[in-house]
Design a protein around this ligand. Structure first.
Ligand code: 23J
Ligand code: MN
Length: 259
């Protein structure tokens, strides 16, 4: 029998493995994606009190929530995109839970994004990372560390000008390489969505969504604390709510990191 789980608990207790929270707070101020006005918008978060140790519930506190599936730190399931509509087990309630856990590959492009908010990670950038850190293993989460989560408030986070939002992402050839050749679980980003801000105008529009979900891969958006992860060696856990026929879900994303 494997003793790896007992070892894990010992190392968590000893602090030689740490738990890093990659999740932003979920509340009324959480920034939701702004699509062009011809498309229906997603709701942001509303928290409505049911009771708080008062006449409506003298010994208990609880709330009703209203929110879009794609709010805050959230999971994109394959069925989210039309390319993934026929992917088997492609909804939040049918994805095998094994696929929620994988090694994290963290690609630091903060310097490039500081110079150009529209930066796209090209295949050469991925291959340069692999030359230093090794090939992205099958079943990995690939996280794009852009520093974007340091941008506070809707204006800075969405970074919208007259010509639309400006934020970084993956070049579509990189998305294809990761999905088809490296066999990742999915990609995770610090921005509001897994496509770059300008990707609505790309050909095809929103290529990362189309490629990843068409290949049965996942997305994670609005991550933070990626700068607390090593380039390799951490394990990420991202388990969405089991929403029936869900296209995605807010979730807590955590990483187990060797100290
Ligand atoms: C719908 C349409 C376009 C995009 C998105 C949703 C997301 O980013 C999302 O949250 O999946 S780009
Ligand atoms: Mn989404």
């Amino acid at each position: 029998m494997s003793d790896v789980l007992m070892r894990l608990v010992e190392e968590l207790n000893a602090g030689t493995v740490r738990v890093v929270d990659l999740t932003i707070p979920l509340g009324p101020d959480t920034v939701v994606i702004d699509l062009p006005p011809m498309f229906a918008p997603s709701k942001s978060v509303t928290i409505e009190r049911i009771s708080r140790y008062d006449d409506d519930g003298p010994a208990w506190y609880w709330n009703n929530l209203t929110l879009g599936e794609h709010t805050g730190t959230h999971f994109d399931a394959p069925i989210h995109w039309v390319t993934g509509k026929d992917v088997p087990d492609g909804t939040t309630d049918t994805i095998p839970p094994r696929k929620f856990v994988g090694p994290a590959c963290v690609i630091d492009v903060e310097a490039a994004v500081d110079a150009d908010p529209d930066f796209l990670l090209a295949p050469a950038g991925l291959e340069g990372w692999e030359a230093e850190h090794g090939r992205v293993p099958e079943g990995a989460w690939v996280f794009l560390r852009t520093g974007w989560s340091r941008r506070e408030g809707k204006e800075a986070f969405l970074n919208v000008s007259e010509d639309g939002p400006h934020s970084p992402g993956f070049h579509q050839e990189t998305s294809a390489l990761l999905a088809h050749d490296r066999g990742v679980l999915g990609v995770g980003v610090e921005t509001v969505g897994t496509d770059a801000g300008q990707a609505g105008g790309f050909d095809p529009p929103f290529p990362n969504h189309g490629i990843m979900h068409g290949a049965g891969k996942f997305g994670l958006a609005s991550l933070c604390n990626l700068d607390r992860l090593p380039p390799t060696g951490a394990v990420a856990i991202a388990a969405p709510l089991k929403i029936v026929d869900g296209s995605g879900s807010p979730l807590r994303v955590i990483a187990l990191v060797p100290a």
